[in-house]
Design a protein around this ligand. Sequence first.
Ligand code: 5GP
Length: 179
Amino acid sequence: MKEIQILDKTFTEFISEKEISDRIDMLAEQINNDYKGREVVFLGILNGAFLFAAELFKRINIKAKISFVKLASYEGTKSSGTIKELIGWNEDIKNQEIIVIEDIVDTGVTLERIVDELVIRKVSGIKVATLLFKPDAFTKKIPLHYIGFNIPNNFVIGFGLDYDGYARNLPSIYTLKNK
Ligand code: 5GP
């Protein structure tokens, strides 16, 4: 069993590079079929989704564009505390079919924020592709159309996902080692 130490924690390999690659092949095939003859804009959510977005997008053969946005936290001037704002929009996405690309959907709070913004921007359709999904942590009712892997509610790293900024470059996915 492959193990890796990142800062103060030990992680064990959970999903191999090959398993990830094979799964992304399948998701891309599904998307290529579902959107045959149509145009789509992929919207990758930074930072975590950059690797998944690149691997998925390479396999897409329909007419497609890709763009990235980031959720930035800043301290609000009101007592409400931290506000999350989506930054980096540079495409006019009105009337476009959108596929949101997420690295992981946990509670779904982040995804809800993104979907709300897409609705405001009057896109014509929204689907969601996520590499990982934690069904036990999900609190929203947003449909997820393309799921790589359903995983337990444990902390994972690698393939774009970080621990304190590190480990995004790991080619496979690791989970916290049981003590
Ligand atoms: P949500 O808003 O769905 O609760 O969480 C989404 C964000 O939390 C993800 O985009 C990711 O940045 C972070 N996150 C949630 N679960 C994990 C995890 O197991 N590992 C890592 N590295 N990040 C996570």
